[in-house]
Structures are given as structure tokens and as C-alpha cells.
Design a protein around this ligand. Structure first.
Ligand code: PLP
Length: 453
């Protein structure tokens, strides 16, 4: 095949663009730019192959919650690999780590949720949701309930169902999506869409869009509503306090399953075990992944409420014809189980609540005075900084995210990994980050903002 050879690039950089089609990347531009080769990590730091150190304020992809290099997780994997590296959950079998993990998840999940369907990723979890909610209503004898309502700018993964449930227009354009039977409503993004309303008034209006959509398509045709507690990839969009109670009222009133995508928020990110705990939401299904294993091995799942589990385990239900080779992979499960043990034993979530969460909030707010910054938001170990041209009117710069990428590159120069979604800078550091490391984030971000101006 044609080989790319660019002057100044190392062999591995050239091999990377010659042999990998990178996800969510302009692969043509990457040929000239050269991939950054990350080659080792420890704690909250990663090093590239040139020896440059970065503080990873994004925890990989919102997932390395315990930070890098945790020996207990490595040992759990190696021990399980030596005992039983793989077996499946098909054909009436289970494995000890998988059973123990399901039980451990049921213990930390809300009271009414005691079952898990295992997958290999968050996208597979949402594909599972798509099939599971339809199966639920079929078995219940209400087969017309098929439509799933998601939100504009929501993210639920990049498989066909995941992309369709999500509301990312540029993704929909590739592959003629969404698939049939999926509708979208507006997002509760006060900063961009709230105009002159108070956040609380706007939150109610954004939630009522769900009721309007249900009435438009008919409640008898709606299976479920799906949303992230806090939109992650969309821009760490923390909904106004009025939003979730109104959504709950509407899904209860019209007998619609409520799916709360916990792939980012689950396992401590918002300062509680689940986003549902933080916002007091009673969900029917909770897709999970990422922080379940701190990203050390790929594993995801759907946590299932008792009322849904009862139907799917009923005599009438029969075989649920769904599952993956790696559903409940024992080595991944052993690592996830150890990850949960560490989160509990080291009181990592309590520490976010009482200590590092408020500290991140307070320190990040010091950047709100910066001329480029329109708003700073935080929740637990999530943060967002909105970059604007005009602070008073919240007006954006032209260029569709150009300023955000400039700021992200300046942060990289400072040895700090942030993410930019449009002109919103996102933070999702490892949950174990210390106050001193938070200070380093703030210092480097301030320099990056100054250099962006
Ligand atoms: N759901 C949410 C809320 C996510 O943020 C993501 C990934 O970022 C996914 C689902 C998809 O997970 P995965 O990339 O493991 O397929």
C-alpha cells in the first residue's frame, strides 16, 4: 500500500498514520501533523515518546478514574488471566468474577436496581438499551411502544444505535442516521440557549419539550427517553435544578422508560456513585462503562431496574436474543471488581464530596474573571470553561471551535491535557487527583487562556 513518509516525523508516527485509521480524527491532516505517541503513565501523568510529561486532566477519555499505574488492578487482571482468562455467559454459564461484579454493582446502585447486562463498551450498552426497551414493551403486550426519544447534542456512543440515540448532527450525516424510531428534543444548555431566562425557568422549558414530543407522536408509541445526567461530550452541560424533576414527572405520567446514560457520570464522577444519586433520578436502565474499570480493560453494561428485570426474566419472555462474546469477560470483571473495592476502601467519592470537589470548583472559578471566559461550571470532578467574545452577551467567536482548539494546543504546550468541544474547554481529571495537582491544572490553564487571547 502507499506509504506516507513525512520529514521530521519519527518512524512510529509515520507507521501510525500509514497503518491506523484513527477514530474521530481528520486522518488526512494527521499524516502531516503526526500523531502524539503516548508511551507511559503514572498517577495523573502521561508521557509521550519524546519524554514530555502531561497532566491528564481528562483521565484518558473520562475513564481513568483511579489514575494510572494502580498495581492492584494490574494484579487482579494477571491473577484472573492465570485462573480463567475467558469464558462466556451464553449457554447457561457464568463465572465467579462476573457474578461477584454484578452483585457489587447491585450493592452500590440505587435500591430498585439489582441486575446487570454486561457488554464490552458504552456503545454496546446503548445498543443493548435499544433492543431491551423494545423487548420489554413487546413482552408487556404493548408492542406499539417503540420510539426512543433522545436529545440534540447528546452522546451515547458511535455504533449505529448509539449514534442514532445521540444527537450529534455531524455524526448523523455520516451513514444517513438516525435509524427509524428515534426522535430528539432540545438540550438543557442554558449558557448557549437560555437567552434572557433564569436557568431554572429555562430548565423547565427544556424538560417540557419531552412532554410536547410525547404528545406529538403519541404516548402509546413511545418506549423510552434517554439522556446523560450531565451531557459529557456535548460540553459538560450541567442541567438547571428544575430539569430532572420535571423529566421524571413526565416519564412517570406517560409510562415511558427512563434511561439514564451513566457511562461518564457513573462510579463517582459527579461526587456520588451515580449521576442518578446526584440529581435524585429514579431510572429504569443505566448504561455504564468507562469508570467501571477505570478504563484499564474494556467493559460496560446496563444496570436494570427490578420492574424491567422482572419482565425480561418472566416465563413469557423466553430467550433474550442478544449478547456479545465479551459480555461479562471474567478478566475485565475481575479488574472492575477491584476498581470498585478501591473506590470504597479509599473513600474516593467521599473525598471528592468533602475535599477535592469543592476545591476544584473554587479554584476553577478564579478563571471566571479572565476576559475570554464567559462561564465556569463544575460538578464533582467535571468542569467546563466557556470561551466567548463578549462576556455580557455570551456571544461566541466566529470559527466554530477554532478558539477552543487553539486554547487546547496552548494547554498541551504547558503539559496539560484538556479537551475542547467547540469553544468549551472540558475537564474530567482522575478522581484521585490531589489539591496540588489541581493547582497545576489551574496555573497551566491560566497561561493557556492568556496565550489564546
Ligand atoms: N455514553 C456516553 C455518555 C459516553 O460519553 C460514551 C463515550 O464517550 C459512550 C456512551 C460510548 O462509550 P464507548 O466509547 O465505550 O463505546
Amino acid at each position: 500500500s502507499a506509504q506516507n513518509s513525512v520529514e521530521g516525523q519519527s518512524q512510529i508516527q509515520q507507521d501510525a498514520s500509514n497503518h491506523i485509521l484513527h477514530p474521530f480524527v481528520d486522518n488526512h491532516a494527521l499524516k502531516n501533523k503526526g500523531a502524539r505517541i503516548m508511551s507511559k503513565a503514572d498517577g495523573v501523568y502521561v508521557w509521550d515518546d519524546q519524554g514530555k510529561r502531561y497532566l491528564d486532566a481528562f483521565a484518558g477519555l473520562w475513564c481513568v478514574n483511579l489514575g494510572y499505574g494502580r498495581k492492584e488492578l494490574i494484579d487482579a487482571a494477571s491473577k484472573q488471566m492465570a485462573t480463567l482468562p475467558y469464558y462466556n455467559l451464553f449457554f447457561n454459564t457464568s463465572t465467579p468474577p462476573t457474578v461477584q461484579l454484578a452483585k457489587a454493582i447491585a450493592e452500590i446502585a440505587p435500591e430498585h436496581m439489582n441486575n446487570v447486562f454486561f457488554t464490552g463498551s458504552g456503545s454496546e450498552a446503548n445498543d443493548t438499551v435499544f433492543r431491551m426497551v423494545r423487548r420489554y414493551w413487546d413482552v408487556k403486550g404493548q408492542p406499539t411502544k417503540k420510539i426512543i426519544i433522545g436529545r440534540h447534542n447528546g452522546y451515547h456512543g458511535s455504533t449505529v444505535a448509539g449514534t442514532s440515540l445521540g444527537g450529534m448532527k455531524p455524526m448523523h450525516k455520516q451513514g444517513d442516521l438516525p435509524i427509524q424510531g428515534i426522535e430528539h428534543i432540545r438540550q438543557p444548555y442554558w449558557f448557549d440557549e437560555g437567552e434572557d431566562l433564569s436557568p431554572d425557568a429555562f430548565g423547565l422549558i427544556a424538560a417540557k419539550a419531552l412532554e410536547e414530543k410525547i404528545l406529538e407522536v403519541g404516548a402509546d408509541n413511545v418506549a423510552a427517553f434517554i439522556a446523560e445526567p450531565v451531557q459529557g461530550a456535548g460540553g459538560v452541560i450541567i442541567p438547571p435544578a428544575t430539569y430532572w424533576p420535571e423529566i421524571q414527572r413526565i416519564t412517570d405520567k406517560y409510562n415511558i422508560l427512563l434511561v439514564v446514560d451513566e457511562v461518564i457520570c457513573g462510579f463517582g464522577r459527579t461526587g456520588n456513585w451515580f449521576g442518578c444519586d446526584t440529581f435524585n433520578i429514579k431510572a429504569d436502565l443505566m448504561p455504564i462503562a468507562k469508570g467501571l474499570s477505570s478504563g484499564y480493560l474494556p467493559i460496560g453494561g446496563v444496570i436494570i431496574s427490578d420492574r424491567v428485570a422482572e419482565v425480561l426474566k418472566s416465563e413469557e419472555s423466553g430467550d433474550f436474543l442478544h449478547g456479545f462474546t465479551y459480555s461479562g469477560h471474567p478478566t475485565c470483571a475481575a479488574v472492575a471488581l477491584e476498581n470498585i473495592r478501591i473506590l470504597k476502601d479509599e473513600k474516593i467519592i467521599e473525598n471528592i464530596q468533602q475535599n477535592t470537589g469543592p476545591y476544584l470548583a473554587e479554584q476553577l472559578q478564579t478563571l471566571a474573571d479572565h476576559p475570554l471566559v464567559g462561564e465556569v461550571r463544575t460538578l464533582g470532578m467535571l468542569g467546563a470553561i466557556e470561551l466567548v467574545q463578549d462576556k455580557a452577551t455570551r456571544k461566541r467567536y466566529p470559527g466554530n471551535g477554532k478558539v477552543g482548539s487553539i486554547c487546547r494546543d496552548h494547554a498541551l504546550d504547558q503539559g496539560l491535557i484538556l479537551r475542547a468541544t467547540g469553544d468549551t474547554m472540558l475537564l474530567s481529571p482522575p478522581l484521585v487527583i490531589t489539591k496540588e495537582e489541581i493547582d497545576s491544572i489551574i496555573k497551566a490553564t491560566k497561561i493557556a487562556l492568556d496565550n489564546t487571547l
